[in-house]
Design a protein around this ligand. Structure first.
Ligand SMILES: [Zn+2]
Length: 550
């Protein structure tokens, strides 16, 4: 009898442990139509790792968004980047974040509306307690949309472990609802010979090869490899991030990446893990991404120091177990390796505070900013006409995990009002981006998270505001302006109808500022005066005031 109870208890514990490791209790679908993904967990985005799943919404906004489980709405947000958002804290230890929504449902919609009018702000952040908005699986909690930084109607669904706040892959919950028989594929392989320590085919530069068409690669010394690879799913042409990448050399695994969890802080480490669209199969010393593992005590880098063939093998696997394998030969061949001078002024060491002092330039980089050591390819361009010198800290951008302080000296005080100065980052394509900045004692100071090419510019031009189809405002129920801000960025804006504040939203994809007419507040079909004031980062103000019937 006693034994029987113990066995039952053990069985129960074993079950619980097992189901927890497979993500605890299940979640239901956020929609009442078939799920198709347009983005998966951990896929590479321009400046971050994708933290959730993107679900297609049949090409339209306004689909009923259903709660995927039982819990309560723990945050209500309206932001420029992710549009309308909800956090729902579920009882099974996870919190879901739903982004790019078209709008909320009652009574949240009314609460957000009242908040916007009362606080005269478009952006909203509310933190209800567990008793205010309990939800159950299948209950409608919002409308899907295309708001914020979004390229088309879809739902972005993040799943976070409530306790650790780690983002985790939600696909294990939806595997049975989505078909995938297609394996990931490598498009291209890149070699990363290490500066001063290795060469590949006689060169120090990174080199790419197409798998399947590769002759043996000749190398000597220390090198890393990486791949450009994508995963695919059935019934769609989208491409996705690869869940598991494993690299072995001579049948010994040296590196593995598993895209299953990361923290918000780790997301930026994509800059270290990847180079353009290539995922490195080695770990730079400043890269703390826990999804990456190396097994050869060289962080996944490989030493080629014998005159023989080294057999490299990649194995790529998705969550469904679809697997592809690639092999190639690296032939050890002695080649001369040019030494690097680590006493140079422009040698920055990872894991240590670094400073650069040049005439008209000061740069301070904190200890944990760099991912790896770097020899800067530094140059300065002087032009007697310009406001400051133009400093190229390096020929290609060097990303950092945290901010450094950058000071650039003013040589020509072209404009007396010092609030108009800002530091511009000049991109490789010649385009410039404002990094803002503040004038102090002859220098403009700002924070930088990437070492590139910098100069000081002046912005005295006001944002230009134009109306968009004002004749249709009445029929569409929307008051729409477009803002052109050439030099810096929009810092703030305020809109009124007949002198009273109304919540205009800034659509960052199109730089439109839009007010969705609320018929409870605004009398329809009569003439109103609309005014919009927009201020840029240098304090230049643009203003438009027009009369229109809507
Ligand atoms: Zn997304």
């Amino acid at each position: 009898m006693k034994h029987g109870i113990i066995i039952i208890l053990l069985t129960l514990f074993a079950r619980q442990a097992c189901s927890q490791s497979e993500y605890g209790a299940g979640f239901s679908s956020p929609f009442d139509f078939p799920l198709i993904m347009s983005g998966n967990f951990g896929e590479l985005r321009v400046n971050h790792l994708h933290s959730g799943l993107d679900f297609k919404t049949q090409g339209v906004s306004g689909k009923k968004l259903l709660s995927i489980g039982e819990g309560y709405i723990s945050r209500i947000l309206v932001t420029h980047g992710s549009g309308y958002m909800l956090h729902v804290r579920y009882n099974n230890g996870y919190t879901a974040i739903y982004r790019h929504l078209m709008g909320f449902v009652s009574p949240i919609a009314e609460r957000v509306d009242a908040y916007q009018y009362k606080n005269e702000t478009w952006e909203v952040s509310l933190t209800p307690d567990s008793t205010e908005y309990p939800v159950h699986a299948g209950q409608q909690i919002a409308w899907s949309g295309n708001t914020g930084y979004s390229f088309g109607p879809h739902l972005h669904l993040d799943l976070m472990e409530t306790e650790s706040e780690d983002y985790v892959d939600a696909l294990p919950f939806y595997k049975q609802l989505i078909k995938d028989t297609r394996a990931p594929a490598i498009q291209s392989i890149m070699f990363f010979p290490q500066p001063g320590k290795g060469v590949v085919n006689g060169k120090e530069e990174r080199q790419t090869f197409t798998p399947g068409q590769m002759k043996p690669v000749e190398a000597w010394g220390l090198t890393g490899v990486g791949i450009k690879a994508y995963d695919y799913m059935d019934e769609t042409n989208n491409r996705y991030g690869v869940h598991t990448v494993s690299l072995s050399v001579d049948d010994k695994e040296v590196f593995r990446s598993v895209a299953d969890h990361f923290s918000a802080n780790e997301s930026r480490m994509i800059y270290s893990w990847t180079y353009n669209a290539y995922m490195k199969s080695f770990i730079e010393p400043g890269n703390k991404l826990r999804m990456l593992q190396a097994f050869n005590n060289q962080r996944g880098l490989i030493t080629i120091d014998e005159e023989r063939d080294y057999r490299f093998k990649y194995e790529l696997t998705d969550l469904y177990g679809n697997t592809s394998r690639y092999q190639f030969i690296v032939r050890g061949k002695p080649q001369s390796i040019a030494q690097r001078d680590s006493t140079s002024n422009y040698y920055l060491k990872q894991g240590r505070v670094n400073s650069i002092s040049e005439p008209g330039l000061e740069l301070h980089i904190p200890k944990d900013a760099l991912y790896d050591d770097v020899w800067l390819n530094y140059s300065v361009r002087t032009d007697p006409q310009s406001i400051s010198h133009t400093y190229r800290l390096n020929d290609e951008p060097v990303p950092m995990q945290t901010y450094g302080d950058l000071y650039i000296g003013i040589r020509n005080k072209a404009v007396a009002d010092t609030s108009k100065y800002y530091i511009a980052n000049i991109r490789e394509n010649g385009k410039t981006a404002s990094l803002g900045g503040k004038y102090e004692n002859g220098f403009v100071k700002t924070r930088v998270r990437e070492l590139g090419t910098f100069t000081v510019k002046v912005d005295t031009v006001s944002p230009q505001i134009t109306t968009i189809n004002s004749g249709q405002w009445r029929s569409t129920g929307k008051v729409v302006f477009k803002v052109a801000e050439k030099e810096t960025d929009i810092a703030s804006y305020r809109g009124t109808v007949d002198g009273e504040y109304v919540p205009f939203g800034w659509e960052i994809m199109t730089n439109r500022i839009v007010y969705q007419i609320n018929p409870l507040k605004i009398k329809r079909g009569v003439k109103h005066t609309v005014e919009l004031v927009v201020t840029d980062e240098c304090g230049n103000t643009g203003r438009i005031a027009i009369e229109a019937i809507f």
